[in-house]
Design a protein around this ligand. Structure first.
Ligand SMILES: [Zn+2]
Length: 286
C-alpha cells in the first residue's frame, strides 16, 4: 500500500472550551436575530457568530513551533527580522531559544523553507499551504454542520468593571467594559492543505496532542482573558480517515463510535500516523 499517496487535504480538529474570548473580534449575528429586543447579557440569547481564524491560527502555530523545537531544531520566527520590536532584547532572546529568523530557511536546497514557513507562509507574500478557516458557531445544535467546520456555542457578553487604583477612591468603578465571548463551544475547526503532504498532517497531529496536553499552560491557551481561565481548550484531531457521516457521529452525544470507526482508528494509529511521522522526521532533520 502506498499510504503517502493517499490525499488527505481536509482535516478537522475538535475544539471544546467552556469560555473563549478573542478580544473584540467575534462577529455575531445578533442584529439579525434580536428583532429589536436584544439584551446583551440575557442568558437566553440565541446568538451565533464567527470566531475569526486569526487567534486559532496563532494558537496552532505556537503548538507546531513547540513540536519542531522538541525535534531539536529551530522554528521560523513569526515576526519579520526587520520589524521594530518594542523591546530590543526580545528578538535576539528568541533566536537563542529555538527560533531562526523568518525566511532564513529559504536559502536551503528545496526553496520551500522550513515546514513552519511552508505551512504559514508570509515571507515575501508566500502563501501558506495550510488554510485556516474561521469557525462559525450557533447555539442551535440542529443547525450546526460539522462537516463545514462549524460548532455549537453561545455568544456571551461579559462585563467587567474597571476600578480606580487611587486609594482614596475606594475602588470606585470608573467605567464598565464589555468583552465578547463564546461559552460552551464544541465543534470542528476545518483546515485545508493546499498540497497534501504527509509531514503536514503529522505536524498537525503532534501539535494538537501537544496543545491538548498543555492546555492549562498560559502560553498555550487560546485568545484573550486567559487570566480569568478563558481559552483552556480540549482539542483532538478527528481521524482524517473518517467520512462525513463518521465525522458527524464524533459530535453526537450518546452515540458511540461504530466498528468501522474503530477499525479506522487502528489503521490511523498503526499505519498512517507512523508513516506520516517518519516523513516529518526526515523533513525536519533534512
Ligand atoms: Zn523557517
Amino acid at each position: 500500500m502506498q499510504m503517502s499517496d493517499e490525499e488527505i487535504q481536509d482535516v478537522y480538529v475538535r475544539i471544546q472550551t467552556d469560555l473563549l474570548v478573542v478580544g473584540d473580534s467575534i462577529i455575531t449575528d445578533r442584529h439579525h436575530s434580536s428583532n429589536g429586543n436584544y439584551d446583551d447579557d440575557d442568558p437566553q440569547n440565541q446568538i451565533g457568530g464567527v470566531i475569526p481564524a486569526f487567534s486559532l491560527s496563532g494558537w496552532l502555530r505556537h503548538g507546531m513551533e513547540k513540536v519542531v523545537q522538541e525535534y531539536g531544531t529551530t522554528a521560523c520566527h513569526p515576526g519579520e527580522a526587520n520589524a521594530n520590536f518594542r523591546k530590543d532584547g526580545v528578538y535576539n532572546r528568541d533566536l537563542e531559544s529555538g527560533y531562526h529568523p523568518k525566511g532564513n530557511c529559504l536559502e536551503d536546497d528545496s526553496g520551500n523553507g522550513c515546514v513552519i514557513l511552508d505551512l504559514f507562509g508570509g515571507f515575501g507574500n508566500r502563501p501558506g499551504k495550510v488554510m485556516r478557516r474561521p469557525i462559525q458557531f450557533s447555539p442551535v445544535r440542529s443547525s450546526v454542520d460539522y462537516t463545514r467546520g462549524e460548532a455549537e456555542g453561545h455568544y456571551r457578553r461579559l462585563n467587567r468593571n474597571i476600578v480606580s487604583r487611587n486609594e482614596e477612591d475606594n475602588r470606585e468603578p470608573l467605567r464598565n467594559t464589555g468583552l465578547d465571548a463564546v461559552a460552551n463551544l464544541d465543534g470542528a475547526w476545518h483546515l485545508s492543505f493546499r498540497e497534501a503532504q504527509p509531514e503536514f498532517i503529522a505536524l498537525l497531529a503532534e501539535a494538537i496532542d501537544y496543545l491538548d496536553a498543555h492546555n492549562t499552560d498560559f502560553m498555550h491557551q487560546l485568545g484573550g482573558a486567559r487570566n480569568f481561565g478563558g481559552g483552556i481548550v480540549d482539542c483532538e484531531l478527528v481521524n482524517p480517515l473518517y467520512d462525513e457521516t463518521e465525522l458527524r457521529r464524533v459530535f453526537s452525544r450518546g452515540r458511540s463510535s461504530t466498528d468501522a470507526m474503530d477499525e479506522k482508528d487502528d489503521e490511523w494509529a498503526d499505519e498512517y500516523r507512523p508513516e506520516f511521522e517518519s516523513a516529518l522526521e526526515s523533513r525536519i532533520e533534512g
